[in-house]
Design a protein. Structure first.
Length: 303
């Protein structure tokens, strides 16, 4: 018992570099060797997932990328998961960007999912219209005409020559709108200037700090759920894996191969493992630090 008390007393003078090293290790190890901690899904994520899941095959979905590298760890995994969900159901995807960096995020997600995993045909199964400045003015513009705002796509191809856009004149022709947003312009602008006026369902994936701003729109029925930050992204991955395991209503890809094994591609779940373990270790250090303080104080009072 005496040795244990001495150990607790010495914790008070533990070199902070050792603490930083321990925290670094507990973050790194789950990223390299995923622990697969259980993920409990919430109503917010479930509402978004099942709204997408209810779309019929060949439904056209507009995805808007409104985030950059600084928010990529939080939002990019959910964008990848939604793309996998849509393509596995045979939906058609039209992408646009209201942030300049969104173009690079969209291209990266498409390269992984549309090209490497599903081997889809550009212009037929999906298209990236690219970035246009103007914020909500662009949203208002596509409610009247896509071609007036995006005369060419991100590759410089005239929109009139892109098969997937032949029967898409305005945002009213989309079956669903999904915004991946780290701020303004983002999900709220899509609800106010496209979803509500055109009566097109809207959902979003957002950084955690934005969620409270969106809850009134969810509760009023103006939004079909929200993927809330990294926890929400991990929940969406979990729901998608459950769907894939059941193979309900899912298609094979263009290469006539089985769908990719999404179990091995759960970035948000890995990040949550690391985050959860790191939080536990930090709480443990706080508890031990307080215990060490009181043990040392009690010893000093004796003298």
């Amino acid at each position: 018992m005496g040795k244990f008390m001495n150990f607790l007393e010495k914790l008070d003078s533990l070199d902070r570099r050792i603490i930083f090293l321990i925290i670094g290790l507990v973050v790194l190890i789950p990223l390299l060797i995923p622990l697969g901690l259980p993920i409990e899904t919430t109503n917010l994520t479930e509402d978004a997932f099942y709204a997408v899941d209810a779309l019929p095959a060949n439904a056209k979905v507009l995805l808007s990328f409104e985030y950059g590298p600084s928010s990529k760890p939080e939002i990019h995994p959910m964008a990848v998961s939604v793309l996998r969900h849509l393509f596995s159901k045979g939906n058609k995807v039209v992408i646009m960007c209201l942030w300049p960096d969104g173009l690079f995020m969209a291209n990266e997600a498409l390269e992984l999912v549309a090209h490497q995993e599903f081997n889809l045909e550009y212009g037929v199964d999906y298209v990236n219209l690219g970035y246009r400045p103007g914020n909500e003015a662009v949203i208002k513009g596509i409610t009247k005409s896509f071609e007036a705002n995006f005369s060419v796509d991100s590759r410089g191809i005239p929109i009139s020559q892109i098969p997937i856009m032949h029967d898409v004149q305005t945002a009213r022709d989309m079956d669903f709108i999904f915004s991946f947003s780290a701020g303004y312009p983002g999900a709220i602008e899509w609800v106010l200037y496209a979803g509500d006026p055109l009566q097109v369902p809207v959902s979003s994936g957002n950084s955690s700090i934005q969620v409270n701003q969106l809850l009134p729109y969810v509760k009023s029925g103006q939004m079909k759920g929200v993927i809330a930050g990294m926890p929400g992204a991990a929940e969406y991955e979990t729901l998608l894996i459950q769907k894939v395991e059941g193979r309900e209503g899912l298609l094979i890809n263009k290469a006539n191969a089985l769908l990719p094994d999404f179990k091995e591609k759960r970035d948000a779940t890995k990040f949550m493992d690391a985050q959860s373990i790191a939080h536990l270790v930090i709480v443990l250090f706080i508890i031990l630090g307080n215990v060490s303080y009181f043990v040392k104080r009690k010893k000093q009072q004796k003298y």
